[in-house]
Design a protein around this ligand. Structure first.
Ligand code: MUC
Ligand code: MG
Length: 366
């Protein structure tokens, strides 16, 4: 089998409920759909969500690097020779989201051509993931109302609260109101997207002690290494690396230098191949992993479920899988449903990200 074309289709779908967090906000899913075509008619599909405030990539840069930097070298290669294709992509530094989408599309081709679901190829551990819902910046009572609604409508019992605001009391009040309103059985954890200094994060940990928070993600900039190490040493809960650990090399550096004690794996920026390397590192070192959300569409979310359900460690915790519910529409032909707080893998060859072509024609931007 040979790759005949790499297609990078920019599209835009508005959000009904914009997500706001310490490093940015999202009003429109201005993503890029990546499709890899082969001479046997098999097509691999994946979604690339640009996050300029996290990795520096934009919709335009993703189209450019896929079509004009990767494609000329990758066309003609066997899509199953992933190692060789990655060697080509590694000649270009960064561009993690563009590389991740190409990798997922290659796995989609592998599964489709073998007639096997990719969750089976990756590990086949279980058939579903528990869902964690991400709560963006809002007044405390609105956060509680949203969490109660998601609990009632979808059976979700795990929430990640976006924090990193100043004054610190805003987020501390949100934690208190959520804990009082949701009760002790609901899991609540925090993600500051580098919004605080290490000292501010330590103050928040002190003032929320006793609320049963389980994880603190990217409290400050991990590059501020001394403050971060002090915080990690003193934190009573695991400090999760997210945007500081897009690659296996980054994850090893942050874990071994004391920059974090747990890792957020995101298939959107690591693909399945590097996500597997990061996972192996984490299980070998004995640190927890979470499956994160790059503010993904349903196409991206089904990829996360595919990877997360395939492995024991990634399915142990609830994965962040519900951001697509805040979009006005999506591209997946067979929409994702959340039942009793879970999303199931697709029992069909490939990743199961069949695209509704009419919707793509409607939302595409070229
Ligand atoms: C997250 O976990 O940080 C927000 C920015 C980004 O890159 O991902 C999201 C969610
Ligand atoms: Mg995060």
């Amino acid at each position: 089998m040979k790759i005949t074309a790499l297609e990078a289709v920019p599209y835009a779908i508005p959000y009904t409920h914009p997500l706001k967090f310490a490093s940015g906000e999202v009003h429109t899913a201005d993503h890029v759909l990546i499709r890899i075509h082969t001479d046997e008619g098999v097509v691999g599909t994946a979604d690339a969500p640009p996050r300029p405030y996290t990795y520096g990539e934009t919709q335009t840069s993703i189209v450019e690097v896929v079509e004009n930097v990767f494609a000329p070298h990758i066309i003609g290669m066997d899509p199953l020779d992933r190692e060789k294709i990655h060697a080509v992509m590694q000649r270009t530094i960064h561009n993690q989201v563009a590389k991740g989408a190409v990798d997922i599309a290659l796995w989609d081709i592998a599964g489709t051509s073998l007639g096997t679901p990719v969750h089976k190829l990756l590990g086949g551990w279980t058939d579903s993931m528990r869902v964690s819902h991400m709560l963006g910046f809002k007044p405390a009572q609105e956060l509680l109302d949203e969490a109660l609604r998601f609990g009632e409508e979808y059976g979700i019992t795990t929430f990640k609260l976006k924090v990193g605001r100043r004054p610190l009391g805003l987020d501390i009040e949100a934690c208190e109101v959520l804990r009082a309103g949701l009760g002790d059985d609901v899991e609540i954890y925090l993600d500051a997207n580098r919004g605080w200094t290490a000292n501010e994060a330590m103050e928040v940990l002190r003032r929320t002690d006793g609320l049963g928070l389980t994880l603190l993600e990217e409290p400050n900039d991990a590059k501020e290494a001394m403050g971060r190490r002090r915080l990690v040493e003193q934190s009573p809960i695991p400090v999760v690396g997210d945007e500081s650990v897009p690659t296996a090399g980054d994850a090893s550096r942050e874990l071994l230098s004391g920059g974090c004690t747990a890792i957020c794996i995101k298939t959107a920026r690591s693909g399945f191949t590097e996500a597997k390397e990061i996972l192996g590192l984490c299980t070998g070192l004995g640190v927890d992993v979470t499956m994160g959300n790059q503010i993904d569409t349903q196409v991206g979310s089904i990829a996360t479920v595919t990877f997360g359900a395939a492995h024991r460690a990634t399915s142990a915790r609830a994965g962040e899988l519900s951001n697509f519910l805040d979009m006005s529409d999506d591209l997946l032909a067979d929409p994702i449903t959340i039942t009793d707080g879970r999303i199931f893998v697709r029992d069909e060859p490939g990743v199961g990200a069949g695209i509704d072509e009419d919707k793509l024609a409607h939302y595409r931007q070229n």
